[in-house]
Design a protein around this ligand. Structure first.
Ligand SMILES: C[S@@+](CC[C@H](N)C(=O)[O-])C[C@H]1O[C@@H](n2cnc3c(N)ncnc32)[C@H](O)[C@@H]1O
Length: 252
């Protein structure tokens, strides 16, 4: 990827070799998935699948029916390529689709997982998206979300986080994430929150493996990337950003 085309924080981290771009790292994704008994008969949708990392991991572990969507057509092509390299293109489908215009029949899925995306949407779009998830889930279906949580929703906190991600983001407090889900007919039944660990060395080693992590740091501190990476690291250490993972069930 050409450097001057890199705009968002998540694109930059991805270019450095970070594959799991969630505030609670892969650790919290694993925790989330463990809140539900997933089996091979389940129909699973991942929204904001990016380059297919979760899709591949979930299919490999559970052998369930799985489809991923992302609204970035370039990323969707990369996901398809990764899946094809692993010869899983018959098992895992990926589509270019916007979560705000979810184009699936009513009550199609048993489970929807959506990480590090809702935070990017203004509040009215978050609600619209949740309504779409509610419609596309079967009765009693599960929604697993992983997002950024803040202590307060002041403009100052929002601006700090927007500088970190280099895009407009709209994080909520733990209380308001819960409220948003409840107002859109979901019942949160299990949740965790803690300091954002996306850029912690231990998380990077766990998520990317030792060799992947070493490559990541090699890229991060290479000339041309070092200044931006160091600034991101400082910002992540100086802001009070947390992750929140929430497992919810569709209510009628
Ligand atoms: C920070 S990345 C997170 C990727 C992945 N879920 C993860 O946790 O590693 C955000 C992703 O959301 C996608 N995205 C943003 N808005 C979207 C929307 N309205 N519908 C579908 N995907 C969206 C972006 O293209 C990007 O791949």
């Amino acid at each position: 990827m050409e450097k001057d085309k890199i705009s968002f924080g998540h694109d930059f981290l991805k270019m450095l070799g970070r594959t799991r771009l969630r505030p609670g790292g892969g650790l919290m994704t694993d925790w989330l998935l463990n809140q539900v008994q997933i089996d091979k008969d389940m129909h699973v949708l991942e929204v904001a699948c990016n380059r297919g990392d979760n899709l591949i991991r979930i299919y490999t572990k559970y052998k369930c029916e799985i489809i991923g969507i992302d609204n970035d057509p370039v990323i969707v092509e990369q996901a398809k390529e990764n899946i094809k390299i692993l010869d899983l293109d018959k098992e895992i489908e990926v589509k270019n689709m916007d979560a705000l215009k979810l184009d699936f029949e009513d009550e199609t899925f048993d489970l929807i997982i959506n990480e590090a995306m809702l935070t990017m949407l203004p509040n009215e779009e978050k609600a619209k998206t949740l309504k779409n998830y509610h419609r596309a889930l079967k009765k009693g279906g599960y929604l697993l979300t992983h997002d950024v949580a803040v202590e307060n929703e002041s403009e100052d906190v929002r601006r700090q986080l927007s500088r970190f991600t280099n895009m407009n983001v709209y994080p909520l407090t733990v209380e308001n994430w819960n409220r948003l889900l409840i107002e859109n007919s979901f019942r949160p039944f299990s949740q965790r929150t803690g300091r954002m660990i996306l850029l912690d060395r231990d998380t990077i080693i766990k998520d990317e493996g030792p060799i992947g992590a070493a490559n990541f740091y090699k890229n991060a501190y290479a000339e041309g990337n070092r200044d931006r990476f160091t600034k991101m690291l400082e910002r992540s250490q100086n802001t009070k950003i947390s992750y929140i993972v929430l497992a919810s069930k569709k209510e009628n």
